[in-house]
Design a protein around this ligand. Structure first.
Ligand code: V47
Ligand code: SF4
Length: 359
């Protein structure tokens, strides 16, 4: 099926929805200009010409992980060269050093029995004491499931304990690809997609907003990507708990995934555009510049993205897998990228409240 962009444009701009078959046809099209133009129209209709960024710091407490997903170049076994664990003290000192310079700490790590519910509760409490007013966006649904198993508490209880300690929202990692046949090949050790969705729904019901991701460009098909988007759109219809969607292009270096080509720029642009068009109930589509590279992230702003993530300050997961982007960006650099794309930079907080609109 060839997409009829004129008909789609009329329908989508009038508030209609893309079907799964249409989304697959958009992935299959060679007409990247019409696809980009339509996604751009929808994005501008939703967010005017505002493009968001956040002053944030990523903290990865450790890379020791019991899962060892084959696509992950970040994780290590205990005692293996390159394995690390930060102490609470080191992380709190690191956080205190950037007091006043960031509005959010984004905290995710490996599944490590030493980093249990008590560890994270203590970490969040100490960070909030050292940096009052900062938001903590931490722990994926995969990590919540692990803390639940370690503690014997339900995911609901785990989330309640963490929220009392200072958790404000959750990142969307660990979603990978929901389709069981692909997930079983890619990361059989990881919780099934259905469980990721269930824990995320639990978080939303408790009032915790989250994001959602999709790892793409490995062994999945376009249909698998659309299946993933479909599950997210359904959950968002139910809970309205997602703040943004972030497609994560797979980086193969130092991983155990064989036979994949490094993802093309065009595939990244297409995936941003189809996500913008399909996920009509998501307010924001993020081009995570660390994974797309700074230059392509700017191009994504013409294909439906309206968020670049943030200053980041230190990044380990993607750089372990060969990312060529920098590890941090200054506000000057990020706003320059946005401005030279003809958009208005907006500094946001975790919840997309506008902290500064640049003239
Ligand atoms: O869960 C792991 C992915 C995720 C590789 O929520 C890889 O706003 C590419 O989720 N190549 C962590 N990706 C990062 C993440 C994220 C990043 C930025 C913003 C937000 C947000 C979330 O990175 C993991 C996994 O899906 N990942 N290995 C790799 N080789
Ligand atoms: Fe562990 Fe997450 Fe890496 Fe999988 S992706 S090995 S769960 S750190």
């Amino acid at each position: 099926m060839k997409p009829d962009f004129r008909e789609l444009g009329k329908r989508l701009l009038a508030g209609g929805r893309l079907t799964d078959a249409e989304a697959v046809s958009l992935f299959e099209t060679d007409d990247i200009f019409s696809l980009g133009e339509l996604a751009n129209c929808v994005a501008v209709k939703k967010n005017n010409k505002f493009v968001y960024y956040i002053k944030n710091m990523h903290i990865n407490p450790g890379n020791i992980c019991t899962n060892r997903c084959m696509f992950c170049a970040f994780s290590r076994n205990e005692g293996e060269p390159g394995a690390y664990e930060y102490t609470l003290d080191e992380m709190v000192k690191g956080a205190a050093n950037v007091k006043g310079k960031v509005s959010e700490f984004h905290i995710v790590g490996g599944l490590n029995p030493k980093m249990d519910l008590g560890f994270y509760s203590e970490l969040f409490t100490a960070i909030k004491a050292a940096v009052p007013g900062v938001y903590i966006k931490a722990l994926t649904a995969v990590e919540i499931d692990y803390l639940s198993k370690l503690s014997g508490k339900t995911p609901t209880k785990v989330l309640e304990v963490l929220r009392a300690a200072g958790l404000d929202s959750m990142p969307g990692g660990g979603a990978e690809i929901f389709k069981a046949s692909v997930r079983n090949k890619l990361c059989p050790e990881k919780i099934p997609g259905s469980k990721w969705l269930r824990i995320t729904e639990t978080a939303h019901k408790l009032g915790l907003k989250t994001t959602a991701t999709m790892l793409f460009g490995h062994v999945e098909t376009y249909r698998d990507r659309v299946d993933h988007l479909s599950k997210l759109r359904q959950l968002q219809d139910k809970t309205e708990g997602f703040l943004a969607f972030i497609p994560l292009p797979f980086h193969p270096s130092n991983t155990r995934v064989r036979g994949t080509h490094p993802i093309s720029g065009l595939d990244i642009l297409k995936t941003i555009a189809v996500s913008r068009l399909y996920l009509d109930n998501f307010d924001h589509i993020k081009a995570y510049w660390i994974m797309t590279g700074e230059k392509l992230a700017q191009t994504c702003l013409m294909f439906g993205a309206d968020d670049l993530d943030g200053t980041v300050l230190e990044e380990k997961i993607t750089h372990a897998a060969g990312a060529e982007s920098k590890e941090a960006m200054s506000v000057e650099e990020i706003t320059h990228i946005i401005r030279t794309a003809g958009r208005t930079p907006v500094e946001r907080d975790t919840f997309y409240n506008r902290l500064k609109v640049w003239k």
